[in-house]
Design a protein around this ligand. Structure first.
Ligand code: DAT
Length: 184
């Protein structure tokens, strides 16, 4: 896995002028909070996949068991293709294996200590198996494994997201990286 400070920035695989960043992690780890602060700091576009799916009906109905929309991955990818080609996107989603690998210059996996994550998800109203499944997902580092299997390991970075200090540090580190990419 790459440390952000040592990885040298480079132009996008498709020759895009601005980088695309994927922020992933278990629900509640802070993807949306981080992506939205970073998008503002770096003046990039924040794309929350969950919101996009709802707004544009890019799903195959509601999953009663998991209490979420069943994402139509092909429709999501079709919807995003032009924007991703252009660059300058921060994509925020709790999965990462169905996007084309060529889209992203960096993949960030946020991680949160279990008891803190439990409290955040309980506050959000998660209970029962929805709550325990997500905690297990974090314990087993499912998203980090998925990211490492789906992208080159040198573009994958795991960042702690336990506290507001972590949040601020992550936004600052990622802003620096985006700036250095733009200068390359
Ligand atoms: P996600 O998009 O991964 O589901 P979120 O951004 O909605 O997560 O954050 C979930 C809650 O946790 C929300 O109330 C904001 C808070 N939060 C996010 N990142 C945090 C951090 N690093 N430290 C403390 N609280 C955080």
């Amino acid at each position: 896995m790459a440390g952000l400070s040592t990885a040298s920035p480079k132009n996008g695989i498709d020759g895009r002028k601005k980088p695309n960043l994927l922020i992933t992690g278990t629900p509640g780890t802070g993807k949306t909070t981080t992506a939205s602060a970073l998008a503002e700091a770096a003046q990039l576009r924040h794309i929350n996949i969950g919101d996009l799916v709802k707004e544009k009906n890019l799903h195959n109905g509601w999953d009663e068991q998991f209490e979420c929309y069943i994402i139509n991955e092909d429709l999501v990818c079709d919807e995003l293709e032009d924007m991703m080609e252009e660059g300058g996107n921060i994509v925020d989603h709790h999965g990462c294996d169905f996007f084309p690998e060529r889209w992203f210059d960096r993949v960030v996996v946020l991680q949160t200590e279990n008891s803190l994550l439990y409290d955040r998800l309980a506050t959000r109203g998660y209970t029962g198996s929805k709550l325990s499944n997500n905690i297990e997902c974090e314990i087993f580092q499912v998203l980090l494994e998925e990211a490492k299997e789906s992208y080159q390991e040198e573009i994958v970075v795991a960042l702690r997201s336990d506290s507001i200090d972590d949040l601020n540090n992550n936004v600052s580190t990622l802003s620096d990286w985006l700036r250095s990419w733009n200068m390359s």
